[in-house]
Design a protein. Sequence first.
Lengths: 531, 544
Amino acid sequence: MASDRQNVGQSTGRIKSWLQVLVLIIFSGLILAMSIRGIGGNPTAAEILNKKWKEDGPFELSPERGRFALTYSLVENKTFYFSVPLARFILPDLGYKNGHYVSLFAPGVSYVVAPGYWVGKWLGSSQVGAFAVVALFGLGNLLLIRAIAVRLGADKRAATLGGLAFLFASPAFAYAVTLYQHQISTFLILASLYLLVKFNSWWSLLVIWFLCAASIPVDYPNLFLMTPIALMAVGKMVYYKKSRSGVLLGVKLGRIFTMAAAVLPLVFFMWFNQQSYGNPWQLSGTVPGVEEIDANGNPTAPAHATVDKDDLEKYFDPELQKKSIFGFFETRELVNGLYIHLFSPDRGVIYYAPLVLVGLLGGVWLYRRNPEITVVCLGVVAADILLYSMWGDPWGGWAFGSRYLIPSYAMAGILLAFLLTRLRKRSFGLMLIWLLMGYGVAVSAAGALTTNALPPKVQVLELEKLSGMVQKYTYRRNFDQLLVNNSKSFLFGQEGHKYVSAWQYYLVVVGLIMTGTTGLMVMLRWGGRND
Amino acid sequence: MIRIKPRQGLLELGLGNKTIERLKSWVEHWENRLLVWGLLVLSVVTYWSYYRNGLGLAYNDARSHLDIGRRVVEGLKPGLAQLGSVWLPLNHILMVPTIWNDWMWHSGLSGAIQSMVGFVITGLVVSWYLKELKVGLLGRLAGVGLFIANLNVLYLQSTAMTELLLIVTMTLGAYELLLWHKDETLLHLIKAGFWIMMSTLVRYDGWFLLVTAMMLIVRQAWAKSGYKKAEGVVVFFMTLAALGIGLWLLWNLLIFKDPLYFAFGPFSAHAQQQQLNDAGVLITKSNWLQSVKVYAVALLYNSYTIPTILAGVGMLLLWADKSLSKAVRWSSLALLAPLVFNILALYLGFSVLFIQGIAGNTWFNVRYGIMLMPAIAIFIGFLVDRAKKFRPLVLLSLAVILFFALMGGDAVTIDDARVGSSQKNVSEVSGWLRENATGDSGYVLISAASHDAIIFSSGLPMSRFIHEGTGKYWLSATAVPDRWAKYIIMRTHDKNDLTFRLVSETDAMDKYTLIDTFPFADIYELKPEYWAQLETTIADPEVR
């Protein structure tokens, strides 16, 4: 009888758990759906050159254009090379190799969103379909953060809040509604971490190595971001025992062979490089670039080119250019890079997502439960910050917040869950976190609903000279867009604008997120333990 | 013992306790020797590499240091008086045994040797220091590895600059001070005094270390044994440690008639900085924020940033580590003396540091940031040892940073030498001299204070040059240049150039032809009709 009651209790608990997850999926899915950027229709290569699709539309910057163009090229033209209209669409981040216009971006994102493009096309909105795939990954990241935190011992509501903080209170929101690599890269990192936390079997290692290798075609720096995960995976293949007579170092041979799972994604990657660039070892970042195309469809010099003969030749014949992968990362940039990512008004975490910095404190409590996972989480953060602080363009071009730190925001979400678990009966602490959450949601939602095209402060002076106007370089630019009724949300553009202004739409989105967040915080504070 | 368990799919390597003990003692026995040999090979290979590509002599100051050493043994008035003032003498004194050889002079090896030895010994001392802090082998290797993998350190140890000599004397002083704090034996106090005294004869940073050491000794002795003992210990320490400063003041008094000539004389750093201040570019003077910021950036650039941040964590861990005695933890403050000194010197206007894009439009003295490398290496070694669970994270971070630093060739000290204010491409002037003045015996009148790089790069023997340090030759030549100087090298219309300042007061310049104007100096040659009256052999001008 007692055991029957226990079984019923456990089943009820499991159903409750699944219901909670379902509610979370519906809630978050709704907000993402309200925020995805796009315009209805299945544009052709010529049509997407229109300003309506580019500067004023979903393809405001070249990273989105470059990746979408490759998807379009693969699905519609069945080729790795870009037609001239597509090439013009991608400028100035266009590659040129062996007489063909090619992509300068890692191919993984383009392949991953291809099914979404295809489904979207069938429904009459190919671009929205492609973007929706990224949103799905964003949703997946929220769920993974929750799952990892719960698995490690956090309160479920705290874990949910950690996931919500990542997806809606950080710049990750602005990049979950458009076509960038960050949500997909983060998903691969979180999925590997989840497998490490939950399982300890040969098949989980197989999947982890596959994911580690698959992350490289999505974005090359993932090689470094995945290293802490890979090292922990190696740790599951070896063991160390100390006894009175000595020490024993062992290797589980069967698990070593799981590393073979990395071969398939790498083969795909090399195959793509071979097809696109004629060289399996060529990395897209080292492919010669084209900044302008003339009326005949040939590479030419851009307006800003100098009259230096050598310089001009490299524009007309791009294959004279020589690029090295090591030139992209310079230790001399670290001081400036750290400042830009953490403290600068145009990209700094402290301005865009201060909750992330606070969330990292949760590492203290996670460390007490599971020091190894804490070190892995912090390792991902360290690799992320170090690498992109050395990057020649820490601003990420025109961007919203520090987009390169999105994987770190995810790690901070996990750690935040433990901070919240620790503080769950402290009203003052929760209130502080709630306020920071509110601030983060307010800022990030403005970015998600309007634009990611915020100039770096260093370019603003030049912009002001050209435009004759004061140019803003912080998220205030996004609020200005809302106030003039501009929003790039697909739903707002299709239907929402008939009933509410962009500002009101924004308030609805923020209101929804904060309602859910507040409800969870209240339950955390006054509800029973739920882990 | 290697074992395979096919059923379980395991491969095991077992080490018995006896084997482990034998391995440990082997490592401990050979550790120092392996370190020395490894560091020596690295030092020599690095020197050779920079000698071959010419960067070893890129610093203008390096050429000046070599010239000073050379003037002691060769010139119109050789002798110890050529050690001059302003720059402390130890670096130049150490060159004397080898710089008489032309190749040792012009290759820079005569000055680089002490830097190379300093590099090797500092690597060793970092390891010893960490051993005293009970840091295991991995931590010691991490500390030493960080020090020797720094391109700025490797570059400076290949040059005749003073950084590595200063670093080794200061680090040895700090090490002996640590040992004294542990056991308070007089021998360690004497050794600490000796090495700190040596550092006071390399650069003025050593003077600040002396003050720091004195304060630490007072604190320790007073806390342990009261005021009387403290007084005695400090007096004992200072007798040796301050000897160098005393001798230097005496030297300035005897040679230049003013014990503070080095500090306030016309060629002093103070005079140089005064000019910069008048031009409005000395932004760090009387500004704490700028002084801290500028030095901090120099430090971060030299160390690749992340090691400094991690060293900060290691330092806090050390100070909080109760397994180390309070005395030992206090003594570690000596390692931070260069940090305080450099900021203070910038604030007081005795030092200048330009960092392109942040403070000034060029690089200058950015190499001062290297002075904390031993401290960074030691604190990181400590962190690696103590932060066990975070050890992989720390090591991985350092490995990634050093990988990119080495791949990218990031060495801000080389930028300073090549393109900053520390460089002087005098090849046009020195090349002209080498081509046109090598064959004859006419003297060259030149200000060594302004144009030591030209003297060095010309390849001519020092005895061909009449400069400020040649006493009566200088006085005669600047009064009647057409009797003494076949060639005059000077920056025309620049009152800072002593040669111009003095010869422009004569009417002798009509007897000279301006050969050419170059970025750093102009060349004048005596007209052929006046060659007959030229002095071309070494003789006492008073006889004339």
